[in-house]
Ligand binder design. Structure first.
Ligand code: C2E
Ligand code: MG
Ligand code: MG
Ligand code: MG
Length: 291
């Protein structure tokens, strides 16, 4: 009796769920069509230099707006895209669009920005990755010095292969950063072997850096580690003025987060640009400091 009841309960439960959320197969089908149906858009989140208070870069973040399902977060569909391999064409679209729009920005005569593009593991290990990046740079005419590729620590686990790919990418003249730094397994000895330019301190450490002494220590340690390795360091997920001032005090180079700006559609970047820098100046972020 209990068993039957359990079964019924389960069936009821699964039917309820099914009617509300699409199965991963349905999502997969929708994801397949999303590119050709133009359902993706990029948002750009400004990154500032904490010493000058100026915006020097933007991170491209993909958004999926499905006509019926509405907004679907990348945290949800990127893993599915990875699993199915759809990340390859989607990732290429992201890179192409980000480079094209950044080029458009430079052509309008604004101070040049570096655009950061996230690469997932599957994309990183595509045999033609370097060729593809090279091709996109050629097509969009973006100077490679203005492109940064973000990888995660997990990608560097295959040490030999990843060093080779990174060196080939560096030869193109692009920059490399390690995203979500501190959540993986990199050690100092290990890191120095990689031809990288920047560490991005994971937002989980930044979030509580004023409340939790060990998070503050982790943030400080990553900053000094980066500097010892002659890498640039940026803190992600800065949500308050206090966090920003703490990072500035710790001589962190750069910062990114909702306090500075949410990710913006390309058209809004232009409007928001002076506003963001003026706001930062009010907080004293634009004062010159000796490093
Ligand atoms: P990520 O690369 O670490 O990007 C940072 C995430 O933190 C973004 O979430 C951003 O909107 C969010 N964020 C920025 N500032 C703050 C803040 O102050 N507070 C909080 N709580 N969050 C903040 P988003 O856009 O939802 O992206 C999530 C993840 O999805 C990204 O993490 C990245 O791993 C992946 N992703 C996004 N776009 C792409 C893409 O084009 N390609 C690939 N392969 N992955 C992508
Ligand atoms: Mg990122
Ligand atoms: Mg991150
Ligand atoms: Mg991430």
């Amino acid at each position: 009796q209990a068993k039957r009841e359990g079964k019924n309960t389960y069936r009821f439960y699964s039917e309820t769920i099914k009617s509300k959320t699409p199965t991963s197969l349905e999502m997969e089908t929708k994801l397949h069509k999303a590119l050709e149906r133009n359902e993706f858009i990029l948002h750009y989140q400004p990154q500032i230099d904490l010493q000058s208070g100026k915006i020097y870069g933007i991170e491209a973040l993909i958004r999926w707006n499905h006509p019926h399902l509405g907004f679907i977060s990348p945290a949800e569909f990127i893993p599915l895209a990875e699993e199915t391999g759809l990340i390859v064409p989607i990732g290429e679209w992201v890179l192409h669009t980000a480079c094209k729009q950044t080029m458009k920005w430079q052509e309008k005569g604004f101070p040049p920005l570096v655009v950061s593009v996230n690469l997932s593991a599957r994309q990183f290990y595509q045999p033609n990755l370097v060729e593809m990046v090279c091709e996109v740079l050629k097509e969009t005419k973006l100077n490679p010095a203005y492109l940064e590729l973000e990888i995660t620590e997990s990608v560097t686990m295959d040490v030999g292969r990843s060093i080779k790919i990174l060196s080939d990418l560096k030869k193109l003249g692009v920059k490399i950063s390690i995203d979500d730094f501190g959540t993986g397994y990199s050690s100092l000895a290990y890191l120095k072997k990689f031809p990288i330019d920047k560490l991005k301190i994971d937002q989980s450490f930044v979030r509580d850096c004023l409340k939790d002494a060990s998070d503050a220590t982790i943030v400080q340690t990553i900053i000094s580690m980066a500097k010892n390795l002659h890498l640039r360091v940026i803190a992600e997920g800065v949500e308050t003025q206090e966090q920003l001032l703490f990072l500035q005090e710790q001589l962190c180079h750069d910062a990114q987060g909702y306090f500075i700006s949410k990710p913006l559609v390309f058209e809004d970047l232009e409007k928001m640009f002076p506003k963001i820098e003026n706001t930062l100046a009010k907080y004293g972020i634009s004062e010159q400091r000796n490093d």
